[in-house]
Design a protein around this ligand. Structure first.
Ligand SMILES: CC(C)(COP(=O)(O)OP(=O)(O)OC[C@H]1O[C@@H](n2cnc3c(N)ncnc32)[C@H](O)[C@@H]1OP(=O)(O)O)[C@@H](O)C(=O)NCCC(=O)NCCS
Length: 386
């Protein structure tokens, strides 16, 4: 179900009354409908959001590696079973047609976190400081409130450039972000509090095969014969799907969240199959390495690398988790080293891999640093009442 905004149709000016009229360009806000394919009449909105990210991310993050593809946006918007998604765009008219210059995405967890809304806003660098961000915030706020949500989580991504000025740290004191970033300023103006900093790290490829083999051998020496490693690409084999879901659940339950008030989400085999269908529809591919505890047949650990062939330069590290009962046997390093080797075989042209780690997760960070990942920016998680 999508929230209808009767005024949000092409051609209607919808500048909210609380927002001052823009001074340098005329823009309007439009509701983004769900569409079934990029042949739909509204597909320009999705292409526009992808172009917006491709323009904003070099400015904000140092490159456009993380920018979504148009089909990825369409598919994500249609995957509403576990996260409800609503999007609004800011549009200006140009001789070539309407152009998307701002976007707000609202996410609601469906099976957990009934009070929470997750909001992300991006405005084209050439259109900033004209009130577009404020208008999109207003849409986020009123829409989330109408849904009964009382708390908002706002992630602000940042790049590797470290500004010389003032920095901000969460209450834990672990991790910092520049206080001068526009997103940080906006979050503070809204009264949100920095609760957690995540680190984005990058490793340039190829990693020397001897180094990967050494990491693998060292880890195997500790793990011994008690664990057996399995590697697969999509789809997850039926024999592992339940246990794989249990690992995702463990990750959701165990991941340190700093000062964030966010419950763990709910994972099961049905959800994994839905996510797999989404991954395939986006054109994403992945490789998973998992470790089986031989004595019990239980999956004790897993790690996933994902990529999209429309973005040939890079891959992304997705979930990595070792069940609590199996920690301390170097399984994290073992599965990561094996997965890196498999990734190199499946995707030899990739130039780098990104990974995201909570700054309050020293064990995971230590493995990545040992493998050769270097800091490449991060994400400042702000939260507060709506
Ligand atoms: C943050 C962002 C969405 C703001 O968009 P915008 O259209 O420029 O926003 P507005 O013009 O409505 O400004 C809103 C407020 O943000 C703050 N702000 C934004 N950019 C700022 C800057 N460069 N310097 C100081 N304050 C700034 C100000 O408080 C401003 O209010 P003010 O003009 O009354 O002082 C935009 O800079 C952006 O896309 N940044 C990158 C993505 C991001 O960080 N998004 C936030 C994550 S949810």
């Amino acid at each position: 179900m999508r929230i209808e905004d009767p005024e949000s149709t092409l051609g209607l000016m919808t500048t909210p009354s609380a927002v001052p009229a823009p001074t340098t360009s005329t823009w309007r806000l439009l509701d983004v409908p769900r569409i079934s394919s990029l042949d739909a009449p509204e597909a320009w909105m999705y292409r526009g959001v992808a172009e917006l990210h491709a323009a904003a991310e070099p400015a904000d993050l140092g490159n456009a590696d993380a920018a979504p593809t148009p089909i990825g946006l369409v598919v994500a918007m249609n995957n509403q079973d576990y996260r409800r998604r609503l999007r609004q765009v800011a549009v200006v008219d140009t001789p070539e047609g309407p152009r998307v210059v701002g976007s707000a995405l609202l996410n609601f967890f469906v099976r957990s976190n009934p009070d929470l809304a997750v909001g992300v806003i991006v405005v084209h660098p050439e259109y900033r400081r004209q009130g577009i961000g404020t208008a999109l915030v207003e849409w986020l706020r009123t829409t989330a409130q109408a849904e009964g949500r009382t708390s908002v989580l706002a992630p602000v991504d940042f790049g590797p450039e470290v500004a010389a000025g003032e920095t901000l740290a969460p209450a834990s004191g672990i991790g910092t972000v520049s206080a001068d970033l526009p997103g940080v300023r906006l979050a503070q103006k809204l009264g949100l509090k920095l609760q957690l900093v995540e680190r984005r790290s990058r490793i340039d490829l190829p990693v020397a095969p001897e180094a990967v083999s050494r990491f693998e051998a060292e880890a195997r020496a500790v793990a011994g014969d008690a664990y057996r490693v399995h590697t697969w690409t999509a789809p997850t084999p039926d024999e592992w799907i339940e246990q794989y879901a249990a690992l995702e659940q463990a990750l959701s339950d165990d991941e340190p969240r700093g000062g964030l008030e966010v419950e763990s989400d709910v994972w099961d085999a049905d959800r994994l199959r839905v996510e797999e269908a989404t991954i395939a529809a986006k054109g994403d591919r992945y490789v998973v390495t998992a470790a089986e505890h031989v004595a019990t047949g239980e999956l004790a650990a897993m790690t996933m690398l994902m990529w999209n062939d429309q973005k040939p330069d890079h891959s992304d590290q997705e979930s990595t988790v070792v069940l609590k009962a199996h920690r301390g046997h170097r399984l994290g390093m073992l599965i990561k080293a094996v997965n890196l080797r498999e990734h190199a075989r499946l995707r030899p042209e990739a130039q780098r891999i990104y990974t995201w780690n909570n700054e309050e997760n020293p064990h995971m960070l230590a493995i990545n640093v040992a493998l050769g990942f270097v800091p490449a920016g991060g994400c400042a998680e702000f939260q507060g009442p709506l």
